[in-house]
Ligand binder design. Structure first.
Ligand SMILES: Nc1ncnc2c1ncn2[C@@H]1O[C@H](COP(=O)(O)OP(=O)(O)O)[C@@H](O)[C@H]1O
Ligand SMILES: [Mg+2]
Length: 288
């Protein structure tokens, strides 16, 4: 499903003696079906507020959100069908696990959608398999007994069990150890491809954003301040730093090499293998 936002505006009602406006302002986005889009910006820039417009948890005060055939504006009602299509994984989603067994946690969403018992089990099996969680050995266990990484996977599986067509991941790897993080990112990439999802990925980690996304929207003070293909955005290292954002590791290494006069090429982000080849080339060149 494609997602289009037209001049979306949502201002929180805050009175704090400053003239600061909190919310999101005049947001325009155009995301085609099947794309993976990154949303970056420092804390408080409006990323989560924006994402919660995609399944109408917030209705725009001005403008509209178009998700497939649904048009959401401030007057929209009956958003059940939209919410079926847009899966939201909030920050620290495991805080929302509350049932006694993993099965029941995963059944909660599909039950609400009115699926039959057989359909529910099928959806749960599919979602667990996608996250490499073993159905038979895990279904009757309590989610509270799991490690942080496993809990996170169960929480994501509970969203996938509703078979969304769009998946919104708000800081999905926050707080995980490096191994669980890498493992989860790889799973997310394969899930996205297998289910042909349109994916929105909110993250602070520029390497993760580089790995996953094709296009990036950069936010500051509730506005999209620039956007472009992932490669274009990460070439803008100065601009990103001005916005208190980092750059991918590869760009950081290239910057250091440039400073030392060892590299003159473009500061483009690259996969670690490509970076390693480049470094080997530089070392060889020095030794010749
Ligand atoms: N419920 C709320 N009431 C008032 N202000 C809020 C609320 N939620 C978020 N804000 C403010 O709106 C701005 C954007 O917040 P948020 O969307 O959570 O940003 P991000 O996800 O990028 O950290 C921030 O300044 C935040 O303090
Ligand atoms: Mg947030």
């Amino acid at each position: 499903m494609a997602v289009i936002l037209e001049n979306v505006y949502y201002k929180y009602d805050v009175e704090d003696n400053t003239n600061i406006e909190y919310g999101i302002f005049n947001i325009n986005m155009n995301v085609e079906q099947g794309k993976t889009v990154g949303i970056i910006g420092k804390t408080g820039s409006g990323k989560s507020t924006l994402m919660q417009h995609l399944n109408a948890l917030y209705l725009p005060q001005k403008g509209k959100v178009i998700v497939g055939d649904f048009i959401v504006d401030k007057k929209s009602k009956d958003l059940r069908n939209l919410r079926k299509k847009v899966g939201m994984v909030f920050q620290y989603p495991e805080d929302q696990l509350f049932e006694e067994t993993i099965f029941n946690d995963l059944a909660f969403g599909p039950k609400n959608l009115g699926l039959s018992k057989e359909q529910i089990e099928k959806a749960i099996r599919g979602a667990m398999a996608d996250l490499e969680l073993d159905f038979d050995s895990m279904k009757d266990r309590s989610p509270y007994q799991l490690s942080g990484g496993q809990k996170r996977k169960v929480a994501i599986a509970s969203v996938l069990a509703m078979n969304p067509q769009i998946l919104v991941l708000d800081e999905p790897t926050a707080g995980l150890d490096p191994k669980s993080k890498k493992d989860l990112l790889n799973l997310l990439i394969s899930i996205k491809n297998k289910r042909n999802l349109t994916l929105f990925f909110v993250s602070h980690n520029m390497d993760d954003v580089f790995l996953l996304t094709e296009y990036i929207y950069v936010m500051c003070d509730g506005r999209i301040v620039f956007e472009g293909s992932t490669e274009e955005v990460f070439k803008e290292n100065t601009k990103l730093r001005e916005l208190d954002l980092g750059v991918p590791f590869s760009v950081e290494v290239l910057e250091l090499l440039e400073k030392r006069g060892m590299y003159k090429g473009p500061l483009k982000p690259m996969e670690l293998e490509e970076l390693a080849d480049l470094l080997v080339g530089i070392i060889r060149g020095k030794n010749d």
